[in-house]
Design a protein around this ligand. Structure first.
Ligand SMILES: [Zn+2]
Length: 215
């Protein structure tokens, strides 16, 4: 066993039990909460997720995102990677990337939860990770706004990372975020990639909220 794993054991993201590094959750939570497939369609793309955004899945995500548990990324990404391999097996992804956060937000939280998930998914699926998109403007946090405000709030806040501009042309890209609620954030990032010449973009998140229809 890796000695680091003894010092820093993995925990079940739902109940907190110590688990093996190779499991997405403890055995009883795996039985209680089997992954299924939730999806959301939006303009020019779609999103898949192993879980709905409610109950224990929401709690795990809040712990991961707001309560300083970046180590959950390994567990949370396992079911995502399995679903990606299953549902997107024919896509021929060239890169996996993530919805970015601003430098200011990064400095405050210390990590970008979507980036951690994307990197874990990269290591499981062997799709190369690249930070293709940057968030250059601060906007209001999406979950503080009503659905109609959310669409406007994400307009023009993302741009292509100029370092990778020439690498996007004609490529099919996998875009990762933690959760999808309205789909506006993902949709905006998809547009940025397509405008820069990407052939197609498909999205995956850990959970999808089923309350809104982004169309
Ligand atoms: Zn558990």
């Amino acid at each position: 066993m890796n000695p680091l794993h003894m010092l820093f054991p993995a925990h079940c993201p739902y109940c907190g039990r110590v688990i093996s590094y190779t499991q997405p959750a403890c055995e009883s939570c795996c039985r209680l909460y089997p992954p299924n497939s939730v999806n959301m369609k939006f303009r020019h793309s779609e999103c898949i997720a192993p879980f709905p955004y409610n109950g224990q899945f929401r709690k795990a995500m809040l712990n991961f995102k707001f309560y300083g548990k970046p180590q959950y990324s390994k567990q949370l990404s396992m079911n995502m990677a399995a679903l990606i391999k299953d549902k997107y097996s024919d896509k021929g992804f060239c890169y996996v990337t993530c919805v970015p956060i601003t430098k200011k937000a990064f400095n405050k939280r210390g990590y970008n939860q979507a980036e951690l998930l994307a990197k874990q998914i990269s290591s499981i699926t062997h799709i190369q990770y690249k930070p293709l998109i940057l968030k250059t403007k601060n906007n209001k946090t999406q979950h503080t706004l009503c659905p109609s405000q959310r669409k406007e709030n994400v307009k023009g806040v993302y741009e292509i990372n100029s370092k990778y501009k020439s690498k996007i042309q004609g490529r099919t890209i996998l875009l990762i975020d933690d959760i999808a609620t309205t789909g506006y954030t993902l949709s905006e990032c998809v547009e940025v990639l397509l405008t820069s010449g990407a052939k197609a973009v498909f999205c995956a998140t850990y959970a999808i909220a089923k309350r809104y229809n982004p169309q």
